[in-house]
Design a protein around this ligand. Structure first.
Ligand code: GLN
Length: 454
């Protein structure tokens, strides 16, 4: 299996999904897996996986797709990836992504665009972002599954655009230790897989309390695969009317209606619900995420990690910081740092950051109330459109790109689990995804509902 994946990766360079290959590590892990006696084999024995470049992997380049982390080889392994290797999985290499996980198209990467294996005539399509390399690799059968991270949709949106499954767990379900931080109160790691069963198996291996991450929760990790009974009779699914946004393409609306029918046919009750603060979610997210990012990215100073700019005789420490950051960060990352610094600055803090924190609470309360009313999960489209051509948004206002996240950011603001499942196609035959949003720490239930949609 590992050899087959390694050769598939070598043959799929055009997708630019894998940015660092680790064939020696892979073969070592695969041989150890083969040699392991049956009774010592854990759930992922010999299963080859790809790892998003945002995860620190010991001795292996971990650049978060940024120039500023050029040459950075961590001395440590992230908790999530070490759990995967502990369960017997095999590391094929590191996967492309948007720089520091900021983006929705994988076009901000220092390695260049990752490409969707789905095509529209002659044009190369985006695999989505920021976990674009992970989605592309899973969709193109270069690996059996991959890790992703999701701060505002970066697992679910690329899954939707590539016809794969992506699960963003409840905040605190997986340890963030050893994952390059973007917005710490929103970031969560999760599995990207070919189907729902694989997502259940991978999540179980990735999840669990970690003393190294004080926000990881001490809650038992259930056998998510055992939850996949296919029986969803008596479950109540909410359809939030606020997600029927202006200008939503008819095919997205039709997909949503089809999802509703599938769940009803399987015995679930579908009700209309209201999440009144939804319209504030995108602006709230684009204040909070850059604010936290501006603080997290302050550590890249040319001293502690990665790359330092060339200096001239007489340059001082401030010159070193400025030159390193000026040439090390890409445009989108700089934009986020500037927005974040602005909304946190004296005089604007109350008007922007503090206001956004309050609205975030209201967004979370909307969900609390719907769940308290007996709703088990919420069904929405994952994205407002199918995959778009790479380069097509190059001259657009950055807000146009942010609009891709309109259905996904609420889940991160509220800390809830969300999953995208492939559910249909647009007029050109490109994949579309439906999103299910669940109660906190009820990923088992959520996966079972997704299983019914699959
Ligand atoms: N597209 C969103 C952003 O650019 C979400 C990214 C993510 O989830 N990491 O911030």
């Amino acid at each position: 299996l590992t050899e087959a994946c390694l050769s598939a990766i070598d043959g799929a360079g055009a997708l630019n999904a894998f940015v660092h290959k680790t064939p020696e590590i892979a073969m070592q892990q695969a041989e150890a897996a083969d040699a392991r006696p049956a009774e010592e084999r854990a759930s992922l024995n010999g299963i080859p996986l790809g790892v998003k470049d945002l995860f620190c992997t010991k001795g292996v380049p971990s650049q978060a797709a940024s120039r500023i982390l050029e040459g950075f080889k961590p001395e440590y392994e992230s908790t999530v990836t070490s759990k995967l290797w502990g369960a017997g999985a095999v590391m094929l290499g590191k996967l492309n992504m948007d720089e520091f996980a900021m983006g929705s198209s994988n076009e901000t990467s220092v390695y260049g665009d990752a490409v969707n294996p789905w095509r529209d005539g002659d044009s190369n399509l985006t695999p989505g972002g920021s976990s674009g390399g992970s989605a592309s690799a899973v969709a193109a059968d270069l690996c059996l599954g991959a890790t992703g991270t999701d701060t505002g949709g970066s697992i679910r949106q690329p899954a939707a655009l590539t016809g794969t499954v992506g699960l963003k767990p409840t905040y605190g379900r997986c340890s963030r230790w050893g994952i390059v931080a973007f917005a710490s109160s929103l970031d969560q790691a999760g599995p990207m897989t070919k189907d729902v069963r694989d997502a259940a198996i991978l999540l179980r291996a990735m999840a669990g309390h970690d003393p190294l991450d004080s926000t990881s929760i001490e809650s038992a990790v259930p056998d998510f695969e055992a939850a996949l009974t296919g029986d969803i009779k008596g479950k109540t699914i909410g359809l939030p009317k606020e997600y029927r946004v202006d200008g939503m393409p008819a095919e997205i609306d039709a997909l949503w209606a089809q999802g509703r029918e599938m769940l009803q046919d399987a015995g679930a009750k579908v009700v209309d619900v209201s999440l009144p603060h939804t319209k504030y979610a995108l602006p709230t997210y684009y204040v909070i995420a850059p604010a936290e990012a501006s603080s997290n990215l302050a550590r890249y100073d040319g001293v502690r990690f990665g790359r330092r700019a060339g200096l001239n005789q007489g340059d001082g420490i401030t010159d070193m910081y400025e030159k390193t950051r000026a040439e090390g960060f890409g445009d989108e990352v700089k934009r986020r740092i500037m927005v974040g610094t602005y909304v946190l600055s004296a005089g604007f803090y109350d008007a922007y950051y503090n206001r956004a924190r309050k609205v975030r609470t209201l967004i979370k309360r909307d969900f609390d109330e719907v769940f308290a009313g007996g709703v088990d999960a919420i069904l929405t489209p994952t994205t407002p459109s199918a995959a778009f051509p790479l380069g097509s948004m190059a001259d657009a206002d950055p807000v146009q790109m942010y609009l891709n996240d309109v259905f996904t950011v609420t889940v991160n603001l509220a800390g809830l689990p969300g999953i995208s499942v492939p559910a249909g196609q647009d007029a050109k035959g490109l994949p579309l995804g439906l999103q299910l949003i669940g109660r906190p720490f009820e990923e088992g239930d959520l996966l079972n509902l997704a299983y019914a949609l699959e």
